[in-house]
Structure formats: structure tokens, C-alpha cells
Ligand binder design. Structure first.
Ligand SMILES: *Cc1c(COP(=O)(O)O)cnc(C)c1O
Length: 451
């Protein structure tokens, strides 16, 4: 019996993984969550110590794909998706930096995008149903998704990005691909792009396309993001030993991966989920009042410029509450439990720069702005709670070469550019451009790029 998924708004029928995957957003505009989390036994988790990453991915993801994708096929998809290293660099005693920046577009988004593209490809081979993937990006999702789906038959990808908020290399990593990939620069903010995408999903006049999403509203994005937490524990913790993770957060999809891992049985003592100036979550955690940041604030860690993180609806649901897509709370979650499990601080651009500089001076390890938010968020937690001997992992979500100007300003020299990235960004760019106007975008979807 395949696992079923429910909507956080509670008004949509249960669906299986395939249904949740294709829909992206549930018909009641909620987000899908497993009706009940599958559990991994402690000895299954302990055995991960002997397996390579793709094998751990297979063992974790197979709990969700039972009855949907055969184990044989899933194992092959995992092997194919995860061909790059995952460095765990020692910062100091039992404190490590996990670099999730070695994939094809040098951000952690590759972990989910690579797997999702293969799963979509697998479903398509089975049912022959072509699909348009519509995605909004604040910088890294777009390039990861575009690269992962580039050349996948039957899949068309349309990426919306805020023209003024992405770095040159972030933009070039998505605008140089062509073929089945189309990029649209929006004169607006990331939140505008995300709102346009969400509206398109809910629009009955676009039902014929059919549209699907590769944003972290799609459950297919979150499941692969739980795997690297298991991986880190398998390399750094003793069997059964709890860990702490610091995860730089924007839409809270990466953080949800860690929460999923914990729900599946990974021992976690605390999750740090620091944010930049977009501080809706830490304010909510402190006060119990949720207020979006409108408009979202620009900051150095641009992939986290999110005024209203969509995954909070999932987080709130896991703690027994209900938040709708507008951010309205219909039922309070168990705030005491959230405060026990999570810690969140807001890290300004000044503190981000200082963190990059100090981290380099002290440890000779290079961070970019998102990883620096993770490090500073960890330090903020250390100021209020003692970790004892608990192993800690700071998540570095992008390669410093994606932010060359900022890194050079702080440490005095430009970071090395990974070879794959250097080749990609030399190709000629090609993208469309429009205002943050839904009707214009809708016409574009229907006329210019209808299947
Ligand atoms: C997307 C992104 C984040 C934030 O991840 P969320 O899942 O949106 O919280 C952090 N760092 C980088 C480099 C990113 O691309």
C-alpha cells in the first residue's frame, strides 16, 4: 500500500506520491505532507555508516516510493543522480562544515533537482504525460532545476526570476541552456515571481497545460533534502547519538528536509534555522504572532530573500497547527515544542560579512553569504545554550564562486570558479522579460509556450 499524502489545508483528498508530485500544490492550495511519516529503525540508520551517499538516498527514499517506483529503478535513479562529492570539513572539535555545493550548479538545490528530474522522467516514461514545470527562483532553484531537466524528453521548464535580485553567475547558469528551458526575467521581487507561479497553479484556465512545480512547495523537492542529514550523521555521530544542524533558511525547504529526517527517526537535538533580514520566522517563534515581511528585504544571502516562507505551513502542521497559504494561522502550533526543537536568529548583512571574514581568519575555510548566516546562527545559539559534546554540522548551501564580488570584498581575493560552472556561464544568454503582471504572464503561458 503506497504512502499517502495530505494537504496542510485539510480540504483536499489524500493522494499518493505520484499525485503529490504532479500536482505540486494541493487543490485546496495547501502543501502536501506524508499522512504518517515512515520510520527507519535505529539499526537501519546505524548501517548507513558503511554506505555511499547514493545508497543512503535509496534507503531513505524507498520508504516513500514503495508501490510507486520499484526498488530496482529507484536504486538506479539514485546512483545516476548523486555522482558528486559531499565534503565534510572539520571546523573544530566535533563541529563540521558540510559543503552541499559540488553539484552541477554549485548549490544544495542540485540535490533535490537532480533527483526530481529523474523521478519526473521515470513517471513520464511510464505514462507518457508531458508536463510543464513552472518555477520561481530567487537565484539557485532556477539554475538547479534548469540543469537537471535540460534535455529530459516531454518536460518543458519555465523559470521566473527577479531581474535585479540574482547575481550574474546565478543568472547565467539558467539563461544559457535553451531547448526545453525558458527563462523569464521579472521586473519585481522574488515574492512577485512566487505569487505569479502560485496563481498559475490555481488558475482553472491553465488546467490543460498541465503545470507542475519544482519549487519547495513540491514534496518531491523536500524528500531528497532529508538524505544529507542522514549522511552527515552516518559519518560524524556514534550510533543513536543526537546531532545539531545549522541550516540557512529562506523558504524553509532545506530545514523541512531536516525535520523530515527527524520525523523518520534521525536523532536530532536542535535545529538552528537562521534567516537574513527577512525575520518573519524568528519573530513568530518568539511571540506566537505571524507577520510576513512585505515587501521582502534584499540582502547578501539573496536566495533567502523570502518575506513569507511557504514551508512554514508544513512546519506549523507538524507541530499540530494550521497556517494557510496567505500566512493566516487557523490553529496555533505547539509553540513550546517548537522552541524546544528549533532555534532561529536573524543575521544582518553586516554580521554576515563579519562572519565570512572571521571564519576565514580563524579556520582558513571560505564561506559565502548563505553559509555565513548558518555559521553566525550557530554562534547565536551557542550564546544561549551549551551543546556539550554534541556533533554539530553547519550547512554551506552554495559555492563561494557564486558570489565572487562579495567574497572578494571581504577576504581580499576572488574565489576559484568550479570548472563546470566556468564552462556553463561562458555560453550566450537568452531570456524573456516582463513586468510582475499575472495577466501578461498567463497570456505568455497560453500563447507563446503552450504545448
Ligand atoms: C535556496 C537557498 C537557501 C535557502 O533554502 P530554503 O530551502 O529556501 O530555506 C539557502 N542557501 C542557498 C545558497 C540557496 O540557494
Amino acid at each position: 500500500m503506497p504512502l499517502l499524502f495530505r494537504s496542510t489545508n485539510g480540504q483536499a483528498p489524500l493522494v499518493n506520491l505520484r499525485g503529490a508530485f504532479h500536482a505540486g500544490l494541493a487543490p485546496d492550495r495547501g502543501l502536501y505532507l506524508p499522512e504518517k511519516f515512515p520510520r527507519l529503525a535505529p539499526d537501519e540508520i546505524a548501517a548507513f555508516a558503511q554506505w555511499p551517499y547514493h545508497e543512503i538516498a535509496f534507503r531513505v527514499l524507498s520508504k516513500f516510493t514503495e508501490g510507486i517506483i520499484s526498488d530496482h529503478d529507484l536504486a538506479a535513479l539514485c546512483r545516476d543522480a548523486y555522482q558528486f562529492p559531499i565534503p565534510l570539513e572539520k571546523i573544530r572539535d566535533r563541529v563540521f562544515l558540510m559543503r552541499l555545493d559540488q553539484g552541477p550548479t554549485a548549490s544544495f538545490k542540485d540535490f533535490a533537482a537532480q533527483m526530481m528530474a529523474r523521478m519526473f522522467g521515470h513517471f513520464l516514461r511510464e505514462d507518457g504525460r508531458p508536463v510543464t514545470i513552472l518555477t520561481a527562483t530567487s537565484g539557485d532553484t532556477g539554475s538547479a532545476v534548469a540543469h537537471a531537466f535540460h534535455g529530459v524528453p516531454g518536460v518543458r521548464v519555465i523559470v521566473l526570476f527577479p531581474i535585479a535580485e540574482v547575481s550574474d553567475s546565478q543568472r547565467k547558469l539558467m539563461t544559457t541552456l535553451r531547448n526545453n528551458i525558458r527563462t523569464v526575467a521579472i521586473d519585481g521581487k522574488f515574492d512577485d515571481c512566487q505569487a505569479m507561479v502560485k496563481r498559475a497553479f490555481a488558475d482553472p484556465e491553465l488546467k490543460h497545460l498541465p503545470l507542475s512545480s519544482a519549487n519547495s512547495i513540491n514534496i518531491g523537492r523536500l524528500l531528497p533534502q532529508s538524505v544529507y542529514y542522514f549522511y552527515a550523521a552516518s559519518r560524524l555521530a556514534k550510533p543513536g547519538e543526537p546531532m545539531v544542524f545549522s541550516i540557512p533558511s529562506g523558504n524553509f525547504g532545506d530545514a523541512m528536509g531536516a525535520v523530515f529526517a527527524r520525523e523518520m527517526g534521525l536523532p536530532v537535538k536542535k535545529l538552528m534555522v537562521p534567516v537574513n533580514d527577512n525575520d518573519a520566522f524568528p519573530r513568530f517563534l518568539a511571540s506566537g504572532h505571524y507577520e510576513k515581511v512585505v515587501p521582502s528585504r534584499n540582502s547578501l544571502s539573496n536566495a533567502m530573500n523570502v518575506g513569507h516562507p511557504s514551508n512554514l505551513a508544513r512546519l506549523v502542521a507538524i507541530y499540530g497547527g494550521q497556517m494557510d497559504e496567505t500566512g493566516r494561522l487557523h490553529r496555533q502550533p505547539d509553540l513550546a515544542a517548537m522552541r524546544r526543537d528549533l532555534f532561529s536568529s536573524s543575521v544582518s548583512d553586516d554580521r554576515t560579512r563579519t562572519a565570512i571574514r572571521d571564519f576565514w581568519t580563524r579556520y582558513q575555510l571560505l564561506l559565502e553569504p548563505h553559509g555565513a548566516v548558518a555559521w553566525q546562527g550557530f554562534l547565536d545559539w551557542l550564546a544561549v545554550e551549551s551543546p556539550g559534546d554534541t556533533p554539530a554540522v553547519i550547512i554551506e548551501t552554495a559555492n563561494p564562486a557564486k558570489f565572487p564580488a562579495e567574497v572578494e570584498k571581504v577576504v581580499g581575493w576572488p574565489p576559484d570558479v568550479p570548472r563546470a560552472m566556468a564552462a556553463a556561464i561562458k555560453m550566450p544568454e537568452d531570456f524573456d522579460r516582463m513586468g510582475a503582471d499575472y495577466e501578461e504572464f498567463k497570456a505568455y503561458l497560453i500563447h507563446k509556450h503552450a504545448a
